[in-house]
Write a protein that binds this ligand. Structure first.
Ligand code: ATP
Ligand code: MG
Length: 335
């Protein structure tokens, strides 16, 4: 029997999931779980790096994220849902690989740099753990010896670093790890409703997968649009306009979108109408996701079992890798 290649990918439990997660990552995960052996990680250790003051939030987000995963169609019968701290081998491998990883690789990581700047602007303490999180991500990916990591494009520097660490470890010790490839989603980086470059939990510019119809409609009504347009009769800009970006991504009625674009550029349709149609398209897209979420929300014991079972399966795979790592590094003194 041909063994399936593996995927590891994950999310920090720092809030519910949003449209950016869906098009940047989750959509690929759902598709790929048919052809890969998937490990979906809830990275609670990693969340502690900048959310130490909000353990309650992390705790509730672990369950929120699991519900969102089930809602979009990730299937625990096909894939492994694991909680990072339930699989302590993640911490063990992180510690060992941090000996292999030169500090300069972290220092030059552009995603880490920009995230450190945002922490600083929020006057949050930069912990050693936060600084070290790309290294923990390296260990997360290498622990199940993943071949593919489907993520949003902000994660690419971390995947590149993972390849470099794998190569270095294999050269120094023994060929334990494959070099994983990254796979970016249909929309590498979805803009926020405020027009900022990235929809992000920490920026508060999200439409959440669990938002109800009225919330979605309200958020769309407040959405950033063409700032140069004052009257509905002014010719408007479509390129770079978040309202049209979302239409392109989420509205299945391509003819409607094209017609709206033409009329917008000609100044014959107002923002109110374009947004009304967007809210409708988004609600149609979200409706089945909300319905499935509702089915699981009333079965929280089963949801918790999914995490327990997945984590115990992940521990088995993790221990296989760790045994090879301990052999390769000759952490064997008494045998
Ligand atoms: P935070 O602000 O707390 O970092 P986040 O919204 O960036 O939260 P993460 O848990 O860091 O979410 O990201 C999980 C996955 O979703 C990653 O693969 C990330 O690249 C992807 N992702 C997050 N936001 C977007 C977005 N706006 N567009 C595309 N992909 C995204
Ligand atoms: Mg992030």
């Amino acid at each position: 029997m041909e063994t399936k290649k593996r995927i590891l990918t994950g999310i920090r439990p720092t809030g519910a999931l949003h449209l950016g997660h869906y098009v940047g990552a989750l959509e690929n995960w759902v598709r790929l779980q048919e052809s890969y052996e998937c490990f979906f990680l809830i990275a609670d250790y990693q969340a502690l790096g900048d959310h130490m003051d909000d353990i309650d939030g992390i705790r509730s987000s672990v369950l929120e994220v699991t519900l969102d995963w089930l809602a979009v169609g990730l299937d625990p019968a096909k894939s492994t849902f694991e909680v990072q701290s339930y699989v302590p081998q993640h911490a063990e491998l992180h510690m060992l690989l941090s000996m292999v990883l030169p500090l300069s690789w972290l220092q030059r990581n552009p995603t880490l740099k920009s995230e450190m700047e945002s922490l600083e602007s929020e006057h949050k303490t930069l912990s050693l753990g936060f600084y070290n999180y790309p290294a923990s991500q390296v260990a997360d990916i290498l622990l199940p010896r993943a071949h593919l990591v489907p993520v949003g494009d902000d994660q690419l520097p971390h995947i590149e670093m993972t390849r470099e660490v794998a190569r270095r470890f294999n050269r120094l010790f023994a060929p334990v790890f494959p070099e994983p490839d990254a796979l970016v989603g249909r929309v590498p980086r979805l803009v926020g409703i405020d027009g900022q470059a990235k929809m992000s939990k920490s920026l508060g510019n999200c439409i959440y997968l669990k938002d109800d119809e009225a919330e979605v409609t309200n958020k769309v009504r407040r959405m950033f649009t063409d700032p140069t347009r004052i009257h509905a009769t002014d010719p408007g800009h479509v390129e770079g306009n978040p309202v049209f970006i979302y239409h392109d991504v989420f509205n299945k009625d391509v003819d409607e979108v094209n017609e709206l674009k033409e009329r917008y550029k000609a100044g014959t349709v107002g923002d109110v109408e374009v947004k009304r149609r967007l809210a409708k398209a988004l609600n149609e897209f979200l409706e089945p996701i909300r319905a499935r979420r509702g089915e699981y929300e009333v079965r929280m014991d089963d949801v918790k079992d999914i995490l327990r079972d997945g984590s115990s399966r992940a521990r088995v795979t993790a221990e296989e890798t760790m045994n090879e790592v301990r052999d390769a590094m000759r952490l064997r003194y008494t045998e």
